[in-house]
Design a protein around this ligand. Structure first.
Ligand code: ADP
Ligand code: MG
Length: 740
């Protein structure tokens, strides 16, 4: 039986009453299977006796056998507190019993106890306020020393104590708790569950993988994760369970990949320069750059027109990923044609899907992803298909719509902008044109997949800043392009873009069913942004530095922490007013935030882009997309209240032209130590990939979900900040297993 199939309710375990059943439900433990999979979050090593004398050498931790020597009291009235003096033969220590006066009765002088806890030297005495004391009943001599203050020695001399083994020794599991749940209760319940139910738990991964990686059996792993006798056993158990979890996860992903791409559709693109076997290898990228001439001769006429209209050369990485994606688009069309032909001739639809592109294009902010996506759109348009280009915010969508129209309309491409705000008349016209196939690229927000939007032949969905969209929304836009012909389902191509670089390792997991292209090189002529850390109180330094830039005709951004409450708006407005009236009275300043009306926001941004405004104060509405090369300063107030990725994004708003740019991170006085570390990482590097890795490192386990918006991963035991190697291994194994 699989452990998850043990559906017996926890209440049927001896010793678990209605109260505990309720408490366990709070941590999602309902069945015995759940309980067995309620894994310790850590362990305490109590395998060794550590006496008082050794305390300092053991980080203050003590696990010893001692005898109660005396009771003392300190404090008055309600504050009166019991102090129990104990001696373990190597030294004397004091147990401070805050709110535990009842110990006076149970730990009378003479009692032998195992003392466990953290001790420190205070006022010259060894003390602990958080200790555990377990009586050695076998040595109970209640007649001894029962009068308080009796410090005389008893029949158990100090030498005797040293020969008594401490109780509750071994490796103690530490479970995650919630209010009302104690370590003891969980531990006891788990022990019962192990005794009564753990026999017959079966393995869930192939035997050969267990052997290959020298894993434990599932049953053994479950037992040892809860009840190891040595720390190495706990580690082995954990490794087994993590591997199993990640293998299962990767198997699901691998299956999806093969369902989408099919297994046997290789080498049909007719383009001999491209290695089309990449469909079974995933994430394969050509290692070498593509030469200019190879690249230009691979372009479609429309793409070539566009290429020739650009005032700058493409970067190597841009060429590489365009080339790569062109080949995939071609292949998807060729396979599609082949199947359509078959259907035409009355043959039954194939059982495997045709190939379509499904790519995540990641590249640092400012690396030129938009341009790449436009090339990909043009490839589709060359094939007579339609493209939907989706952005998360109205502002960004509008900007993309403007760029697209400006760059592509001259080439005869029919572009459109679909927003939720569009008035009925214009909207209906647009929808009709879209349905008739009179529009080649439609740019927009979520509106692109509203119920009443129909496409004639949408063959490519581009999703910019994809991390801002939920899984369902990404799905919804793809579905708009799905076509069923003759009983066969054709999927559209998918290009997702992200400027929040996801470490390769993590990307593999979260977007494991996508291929990944990365742009590492920045357009020529960009100078790395110089970043300064400024402590709250020293803002003037930053303001003055900005003033110099303004004097030279450059522009600046000021960013305040998210405006989500009225209070925050007020504070942003107050700081802004100060800036405008007292710091830069001679310059034109404006403030934008999400509560300002849409049209007004757009107007302000446009004025900033045109240089009519020099200082733009904003909230994170400008986090993505805004592209003003003349802006050279980014001042972020309350920087420690932003995430690292977000700060990196914000900083990426400057450094877009040839001039040197600056970023000032103003952090609060009570910043945490990790906070400072994050700031320093940002100062040190402008490489988004590096920053993403650092971000991963400085985050505690469990915080990851936020970064990758992957709450749906929900691992039980795997922790992506420490188990990446296992993840890679599991992935390789899963792929080779599925592709057999
Ligand atoms: P992002 O990857 O952040 O979406 P964009 O596509 O917005 O970046 O590009 C940032 C800026 O760089 C734009 O102004 C764009 O026109 C410009 N750009 C893109 N590619 C190049 C290039 N190869 N050389 C010079 N500038 C480029
Ligand atoms: Mg972009």
């Amino acid at each position: 039986m699989k452990v998850s199939e043990i559906k017996t309710p926890v209440s049927s375990i001896a010793g678990i009453g209605p109260q505990l059943t309720k408490t366990l439900a709070k941590v999602n433990v309902f069945t015995v299977g759940d309980l067995l999979q309620y894994f310790p979050r850590d362990y305490e090593d109590r395998t060794r006796k550590v006496c008082f004398r050794e305390q300092a050498a053991n980080y203050g931790k003590v696990h010893t056998v001692a005898q109660v020597v005396a009771h003392e009291w300190f404090g008055y009235g309600r504050m009166k507190t019991l102090k129990i003096i104990v001696n373990d033969g190597t030294g004397t220590a004091e147990l401070i019993c805050f709110n535990r006066a009842f110990l006076e009765k149970s730990l009378v002088p003479g009692t032998i106890i195992t003392v466990t806890g953290k001790f420190e030297v205070k006022y010259g005495k060894l003390q602990s306020t958080a200790f555990e004391a377990v009586k050695h009943e076998e040595y109970s001599h209640s007649e001894l020393g029962s009068e308080s203050g009796n410090r005389s020695r008893n029949e158990f001399g100090m030498t005797d104590l040293s020969s008594i083994a401490p109780k509750e020794s071994g490796i103690i599991p530490i479970y995650p708790l919630t209010e009302g749940l104690t370590q003891k209760a969980v531990s006891k319940a788990v022990s019962h569950a192990l005794q009564q139910y753990s026999l017959g738990i079966e393995n869930e991964i192939p035997q050969e993988l267990i052997e290959k990686h020298q894993l434990l059996s599932k049953q053994e792993a479950i037992r040892l994760i809860h009840r190891p006798t040595e720390i190495t056993q706990a580690a082995a158990a954990r490794r087994t369970l993590v591997y199993e979890e990640l293998f299962q996860f990767q198997s699901v992903i691998a299956k999806r990949v093969f369902e989408r791409k099919g297994l046997c559709l290789k080498n049909e693109t007719g383009n001999p320069e491209i290695n089309t076997s990449s469909n079974t290898e995933m994430q394969v990228q050509p290692d070498t750059g593509i030469t200019e001439s190879t690249f230009t001769s691979s372009l479609s006429p429309l793409q070539l027109d566009f290429f020739n209209s650009l005032p700058f050369p493409l970067t190597d990485d841009q060429r590489k990923v365009i080339y790569e994606m062109d080949a995939e688009i071609d292949r998807s069309y060729q396979e599609r044609e082949r199947v359509l032909n078959q259907l035409d001739r009355g043959m039954p639809p194939p059982t495997t899907p045709t190939f379509t592109m499904a790519r995540l294009l990641q590249g640092d902010v400012g690396s030129g992803k938009t341009l790449v996506s436009l090339f990909v759109c043009l490839r589709i348009i060359s094939w007579k298909g339609q493209c939907a280009f989706m952005a998360p915010t109205e502002i960004l969508a509008r900007q993309h719509a403007e760029t697209t129209a400006r760059l592509l309309a001259p080439l005869g491409v029919r572009t459109a902008f679909l927003t939720g705000n569009l008035r009925a008349k214009g909207r209906n016209q647009l929808l009709r044109a879209l349905k008739e196939g009179e529009i080649d690229i439609v740019v927009g927000t979520h509106a692109l997949f509203s119920a009443n939007v129909e496409y004639k032949d949408m063959e490519l969905a581009v999703i910019d800043e994809q991390h801002r969209f939920g899984v369902l929304q990404r799905q919804a836009i793809v579905e708009k392009g799905r076509q069923v012909i003759g009983g066969f389902t054709f999927e559209p191509n998918l290009l997702m873009m992200s400027a929040t670089p996801i470490p390769q390792s993590l990307a593999l997991t979260v977007f494991g069913d996508l291929d990944i292209s990365s742009i590492h090189t920045m357009p020529a002529g960009r100078k790395p942004i110089t970043t300064y850390l400024v402590k709250e109180g020293n803002e003037m330094n930053a303001y003055e530095a900005v003033r110099k830039e303004l004097a030279q005709g450059h522009q600046a951004y000021f960013v305040y922490p998210a405006i989500d409450s009225d209070e925050n708006i007020k504070s942003a407005e107050r700081i802004f007013a100060h800036l405008r009236d007292h710091i830069y009275p001679q310059y034109k300043c404006a403030l934008v935030h999400s509560k300002i009306e849409e049209e007004e926001q757009v107007n302000i941004l446009r004025a900033f882009r045109d240089g009519a405004i020099q200082v733009l104060a904003a909230t994170t509405v400008i986090e993505v997309g805004v592209d003003v090369p003349n802006a050279t300063c980014m001042v972020i107030e309350g920087a420690d209240r932003f995430g690292m990725a977000q700060l990196h994004q914000l900083r990426g708003r400057v450094g877009r032209g040839d001039a040197q740019s600056y970023c000032f991170l103003i952090y609060s006085k009570d910043i945490t130590e990790t906070g400072i570390e994050r700031m320093k990482a940002l100062r040190q590097s402008t490489d988004g990939f590096y920053i993403a890795e650092q971000d991963l490192k400085t985050r505690g386990p469990g915080e990851l979900n936020g970064t990758v918006q992957a709450g749906e991963l929900g691992f039980r035991i795997a922790d992506l900040s420490r188990d990446m190697e296992i993840m890679q291994q599991a992935r390789t194994d899963a792929i080779s297993f599925i592709s057999r």
